[in-house]
Design a protein around this ligand. Structure first.
Ligand code: FAD
Length: 364
């Protein structure tokens, strides 16, 4: 069992990563929730990294968190991705305005005794073109009534609480420009976790909708709002930061390790392995600069380059592994499927556009 990790240089981080590396193929093969991997992270103190001491955390700075995520995502993307959603929920609660809620929920979240997740993408990306809110909150007396769905929620079935975003609706149901964030207990009457999706990869994240049918939530569950653009409010409020790039670069490291290993026996792979290795090292440097608050490029450029590398590195690993890598349980094949996730996860429009141009062989 790994010891508690207190810095990204702690040897216990490598111990944990070794354990998670063993979890990854099994999670991919079965699509089952990686409960043991999540518990191992809790025992190793991973959930303490992201919150300040006042909430029982270790308060790692952005550079330390980036280095931690790089290591974890090289070992097991499924578990690391789930941790990002869990952390998203914790940071929203910690950065919100409801002190009683923080005192009530955060201690068990930091220790790993409880799991929370987040369903907010319908406020920023998902289903926006439909022009109709996916989830509404209507004031009824001294409570909020939630109706609709949070279409994407990772690990809802394992969660005690889901931090969801809803558009405030008037009495006759018309949407207003105000939004609300609530930490919804999953055992609230009228709240159900829909069946999780079978996906190209990361099915083990057990991602699916959470459905709301006349669900009443008292004010005690409000994290932030009502206010316009609630996702921009509070600490930890920004969406689409460098974290997605970090996971892409960490995942690329797993592909590059395969390529390098094959290259030790095959000179013809040397050139590709060292060129991609250099690109990878440069990206890590840029990520760490950004984390220190001294960015060398925009976060969109970082994301575009990280996306490009993770996809190419996975395909290079598969090319090197040949048919053996294309078998259903082969690591190279899994990494190719996982790399596709970065095309759709929290991907800003300019990054999508730049990616399409690269695929189409067009210059921007
Ligand atoms: C594995 C996984 C886990 C996730 N976990 C979470 C989570 O825990 N919490 C969370 O909040 N989010 C989560 N997300 C959501 C994610 O961050 C994105 O918001 C989501 O992937 C956006 O996809 P969408 O299909 O909902 O997008 P949409 O924009 O709704 O697109 C759906 C479809 O609509 C059509 N369409 C799109 N745009 C237009 C347009 N402009 N005009 C006409 N038609 C259009 C297209 O046919 C498209 O296929 C997760 C996503 C994945 C893949």
């Amino acid at each position: 069992m790994p010891n508690r990790i207190t810095s990204p240089d702690d040897p216990a981080l490598q111990q944990l990563c070794d354990a998670l590396r063993a979890v990854a193929p099994e999670a991919d093969r079965t699509g089952a929730w990686p409960g043991e991997g999540m518990r191992a992270c809790g025992r190793a103190g991973v959930y303490e990294w992201f919150l300040p001491a006042e909430h029982g955390g270790q308060g790692w700075d952005d550079e330390q968190v980036t280095r931690g995520y790089l290591a974890l995502s090289q070992a097991c993307l499924a578990v690391t991705f789930i941790i990002t959603q869990r952390t998203g929920a914790c940071r929203r609660i910690a950065g919100g305005t409801n002190d009683a809620l923080k005192a009530r929920l955060l201690p068990r979240l930091v220790s790993g005794d409880s799991f929370a997740t987040v369903g907010v993408s319908h406020l920023t990306t998902s289903r926006r073109h439909l022009g109709k809110p996916a989830l509404t909150a209507t004031r009824t007396g001294d409570a909020w009534r939630l109706d609709g769905a949070a279409p994407w929620v990772t690990g809802a079935e394992a969660a005690e609480h889901v931090v969801v975003g809803a558009v405030v609706a008037g009495e006759s149901g018309e949407p207003t420009d105000e939004e609300l964030l609530l930490a919804v207990p999953m055992d609230t009457p009228g709240v159900t976790a829909g069946d999780p999706f079978e996906m190209v990869a990361l099915t083990a994240s057990r991602t699916g909708p959470v459905l709301f049918d006349n669900a009443e939530l008292a004010d005690e569950w409000v994290v932030a709002g009502p206010t316009p653009e609630v996702m921009k409010s509070g600490v930890g409020g920004a969406t689409g930061g460098p974290q997605t790039s970090t996971l892409a670069v960490g995942n690329a490291a797993a592909s590059l390790a395969i390529l390098r290993d094959e290259a030790t026996r095959r000179r013809d792979l040397d050139q590709a392995a060292s060129a991609m290795g250099a690109e990878h090292a440069e990206l890590i440097g840029d990520l760490l600069h950004a984390a220190r608050g001294e960015p060398t490029c925009s976060s969109e450029s970082l994301r575009q380059r990280s996306n490009s590398l993770v996809l190419r590195a996975a395909q290079a690993a598969l090319t090197a592994k040949k048919g053996a890598g294309y078998l259903a349980n082969a690591e190279a094949g899994r990494l190719c499927r996982e790399a596709l996730f970065f095309l759709v996860w929290s991907c800003p429009q300019p990054v999508q556009q730049a990616g399409l141009c690269e695929l189409a062989g067009l210059s921007l």
